[in-house]
Ligand binder design. Structure first.
Ligand SMILES: Cc1cc2nc3c(=O)[nH]c(=O)nc-3n(C[C@H](O)[C@H](O)[C@H](O)COP(=O)(O)OP(=O)(O)OC[C@H]3O[C@@H](n4cnc5c(N)ncnc54)[C@H](O)[C@@H]3O)c2cc1C
Length: 495
């Protein structure tokens, strides 16, 4: 893909290959100094001292507030937003449409759609006569980051589904169309329903494909269209977990680790077994992250089986709450009355495959991209892809999706402006992608966690004492409401 590593990154990568020289492969003292410096920079001396004290003496993080703040006077909820209803057979277009406008269509209103919109608002205004149309099948943005916790702990599920009503502030800026895109042509996106102002087709000049990927529930709720549907699934998992005595979690990625920790912390009497097919958790990150995660889960009392695979029963698990024996490839037999799959993801690339089969990696089905975020098919210089659906070495995180979306919309605007100035397409200077540093913040229960953070082009791992700084009962869901331009308050939380 022609990615140019900076000198620092290249050096960092070389160093990491040498045992014991990498910045994070060693014991805690190798990480303490940079972690301390980062903490001092972020929260000052007194904050750092308090945090070290809290870690040392095990003071728990702040509890869940009894109620959310009231809506600020400047952000009154309009009657239109208050009466938010999305009948199944209709479509909500949040802003009036305008035939004179050319459309930049984004498929997927999750991180990709939101990040592109934020970039336009705060740093990359659209040329006159262009607007963004986001096509999203969900009525609300899903804040998946908190789904593992919310499938164990009740009480904040409604904070994890964020309405799109205020994402766009002016009709000129754009609209969110709640519909499923069913077909792409060279000029249009076809929808599964009639949309007032568009019919069943939305024309596009530029398209950003951010359709993401499917994961098993409860990590991802692809088919749950409304807020109520999503909340019901999370509550369903809470009930199943309460009823269970022995839980088997299959897959030790971020979701599996978080679920195992949450269940064991809140229900220490239950047996939790976590099976991971590789010898190491989170293998795309530093080894230190695996070590720390393993140690924390060990303290919680999770049975951890690494380097073995569960043999999935034909037709899937029965999900009937009855005790059953599950076998592994290496001949282990695990007894459980609840099984939760946290394995793998499948890219939602089928729609694009219909128009540009060439841009799809035939093995993985991810969308091949150039380092400008254009799809890897010269026939479609006006189609970009971003986020989890892309065939990229970047780790599939919101951080990467944000970076991709910013770059894609930036290049769209450059192309529009360049063509308007009379330049040939090939002469327009586009921005090229750098690798996204693999960063992660993993909450393992309400007071433990692990992190990998980038600082000065180096990657460091840190454990609970650092992660605790960022703890919140709802995994910081409030920020998604800020992204969507609506504060999370008592008045808005159930919209
Ligand atoms: C449980 C969990 C926790 C996570 N925690 C973190 C975290 O803490 N930090 C972090 O950085 N990352 C985290 N991630 C990863 C992060 O959520 C993803 O990387 C990110 O959501 C990718 O964004 P995306 O926009 O590419 O795709 P997605 O979030 O998958 O969104 C794709 C969107 O496209 C829509 N869509 C798809 N097809 C169509 C269609 N045909 N028509 C209309 N709409 C369509 C979908 O409904 C969906 O809303 C987590 C992931 C999971 C599963």
């Amino acid at each position: 893909m022609g990615i140019t590593l900076s000198r620092y990154e290249a050096w960092g990568k070389t160093v990491e290959r040498v045992p014991l020289l990498g910045p994070v492969v060693g014991p805690i003292w190798l990480e303490l100094v940079p972690a301390l410096l980062t903490s001092l920079m972020v929260q000052g001396v007194s904050g750092t001292v308090k945090q070290i004290g809290a870690q040392w003496w095990g003071i728990p993080p702040p509890p869940r507030p009894k109620s959310l703040p009231a809506a600020p006077a400047t952000c009154e909820v309009s009657p239109a937003v208050e009466n938010h209803e999305v009948p199944e057979d209709t479509v909500v277009v949040t802003k009036p449409t305008d035939d004179s406008c050319k459309n930049i269509v984004i498929i997927g209103g999750s991180v990709t759609g939101i990040a592109a919109t934020l970039k336009i608002r705060f740093g990359c205004p659209l040329p006159a006569n262009y607007r963004v149309i986001i096509i999203e099948k969900h009525t609300h943005m899903h804040y998946m980051f908190a789904f593992p916790r919310a499938s164990v702990i009740p009480g904040f599920e409604n904070e994890l589904f964020v309405p799109y009503d205020r994402l766009f502030t002016t009709p000129a800026e754009g609209a969110v169309v709640h519909a499923s895109a069913t077909k792409l042509t060279h000029t249009h996106v076809e929808l599964d329903r009639h949309v007032p102002g568009f019919g069943t087709k939305i024309p596009y000049e530029y398209l950003i494909y951010g359709a993401g990927a499917r994961h098993p529930k409860p990590g991802c709720l692809s088919d749950e269209i409304t807020k109520d549907d999503g909340i019901n699934v999370l509550k369903g998992f809470q009930e199943k977990i309460v009823k269970s005595t022995k839980v088997l979690i299959i897959g030790g990625g971020a979701v599996g680790l978080e679920l195992a920790a949450e269940i064991k912390e809140h229900y220490p009497e239950k047996t939790v077994t976590l099976v991971h097919s590789r010898p190491q958790y989170l293998q795309s990150y530093k080894y230190g992250l695996h070590e720390k995660s393993y140690a924390i889960l060990n303290k919680f009392g999770v049975n951890q089986i690494l380097g073995d695979r569960v043999v999935l029963p034909e037709g899937g698990f029965k999900d009937d709450g009855k005790m059953t024996i599950t076998c592994t490839k290496q001949g282990r037999e695990i007894e459980s009355d609840l099984q939760i799959l946290c394995t793998g993801m499948t890219p939602n690339s089928g729609l694009l495959a219909g128009l540009s089969p060439k841009s799809i990696n035939p093995e993985s089905k991810y969308v091949r991209i150039k380092d400008t975020m254009q799809i890897d098919d010269d026939e479609f210089p006006n189609i970009f892809a971003a986020g989890d659906v892309t065939d990229s070495t970047d780790i599939k995180t919101g951080v990467s999706a944000f970076a991709h979306a910013h770059l894609a919309i930036d290049n769209v605007v450059r192309m529009i402006n360049g063509l308007a100035e009379g330049k040939e397409r090939k002469d327009i200077e586009l921005v090229h992608k750098d690798p996204v540093m693999p960063q992660i913040l993993l909450y393992l229960g309400s007071s433990q966690g692990v992190a990998q953070v980038a600082h000065n082009k180096f990657l460091y791992t840190a454990s609970s004492w650092f992660v605790r700084k960022f703890f919140s009962y709802n995994v910081n869901a409030g920020r998604a409401w800020e992204w969507a331009n609506m504060p999370l308050t008592e008045a808005t939380v159930n919209l």
